[in-house]
Design a protein around this ligand. Structure first.
Ligand SMILES: [Zn+2]
Length: 252
C-alpha cells in the first residue's frame, strides 16, 4: 500500500501539533492547588471556592450580555491595552475552572497568625502578588458566617439601588486574592471626590469611579473583578452604574 502525503502537508501537520492553544499556553500543565496547615478548614474552603467559581462563571457570561454593566466596571477597551475585553472574559473563565484546571499553582494557607499580611485585624484574606500563597486570616471565619453566596438574596425590587457592598460573598473575597496571584492585579488608589482623601479602590463606588477615570487601571484592579462578578451573579437586581448616584438612583 502506498501512502502519499506531501511535504507541505507533513509540515502543516507537524506545526499544528506544536502550536499552543493561546489559553493552554498560559496555563502551567503541572499547576496544582496545595493546602498548608488546613484541617477542618479545608471542607469549608472547598465550598467557598465552589462559590467563587460560580461567581466567575456568571461574570464570564455577563462580559457579553450586559455591556452597560461591563463598561461601568471596566470602561471602554483602551486602544493598545494588554487587557482586552476578551482577556477579562478569559480571566473569569480561568477562575471558574480553578479547581479542575488551575492556571498556575496556588497554595492555600490556614493558621496564618504569624503572617504579616494577616496582622491587621480587618484582613479577611490576603495573597502574595504573583503567588503562590493565599492566606486565610483568622477573621475569615467570622466574616464567612454572614457571607455565603447561597444565603444571599438581594432585593429584586426595581426601586432599590443600594450599593453592592451589602452583598460581598466570601467567595468573591477569594476571587479578589486569586486575581492578585494569577493576573498580578493591583489595589489601586483613587481620590474620594467628597472628602478629597486618597483611598484604596475597594467596593462598588470606588470601582465605578476608577473605571470612569481610567479603563486601564480598572482592568488592573482586583476589586473591579470582584464587584463586576457580584453584580453579574445577582443580575436581577438593579445595581447602579453611576458612582455619583449609588443609592436611590431611579434611572436603572
Ligand atoms: Zn487586594
Amino acid at each position: 500500500m502506498h501512502i502519499s502525503i506531501s511535504l507541505a502537508a507533513l509540515i502543516t501537520l507537524a506545526s499544528a501539533a506544536v502550536i499552543p492553544d493561546p489559553e493552554l499556553d498560559r496555563r502551567q500543565e503541572d499547576a496544582v492547588i496545595t493546602w498548608r496547615d488546613c484541617t477542618w478548614e479545608k471542607g469549608l474552603l472547598e465550598a467557598d471556592l465552589d462559590e467563587m467559581q460560580a461567581l466567575a462563571r456568571k461574570a464570564a457570561e455577563h462580559v457579553d450580555t450586559t455591556p452597560e454593566l461591563f463598561r461601568a466596571f471596566f470602561g471602554q477597551e483602551p486602544p493598545r491595552t494588554n487587557i482586552r475585553d476578551s482577556t477579562i472574559k478569559k480571566r473569569y473563565t480561568a477562575v471558574s475552572n480553578f479547581k479542575s484546571k488551575p492556571k498556575k499553582s496556588v497554595t492555600i494557607r490556614c493558621n496564618t497568625d504569624s503572617i504579616p499580611a494577616c496582622k491587621p485585624a480587618n484582613h479577611v484574606v490576603a495573597a502574595d502578588k504573583g503567588g503562590p500563597n493565599i492566606y486565610i486570616c483568622n477573621s475569615y471565619w467570622h466574616t464567612r458566617k454572614d457571607a455565603l453566596l447561597r444565603k444571599m438574596s438581594p432585593s429584586r425590587h426595581p426601586l432599590r439601588y443600594g450599593p453592592l457592598d451589602e452583598y460581598i460573598p466570601i467567595g468573591s473575597q477569594l476571587m479578589h486574592e486569586l486575581t492578585h496571584v494569577w493576573f498580578i492585579t493591583e489595589d489601586h488608589n483613587i481620590t474620594n471626590p467628597a472628602s478629597g482623601q486618597i483611598e484604596n479602590v475597594y467596593g462598588h463606588r470606588n470601582s465605578l469611579l476608577l473605571a470612569r477615570e481610567s479603563a486601564q487601571k480598572a482592568r488592573e484592579n482586583a476589586d473591579n473583578y470582584k464587584m463586576f462578578a457580584i453584580a453579574s451573579y445577582f443580575d436581577s437586581s438593579h445595581w447602579s452604574v453611576d458612582p455619583d448616584r449609588l443609592s436611590g438612583d431611579p434611572e436603572l
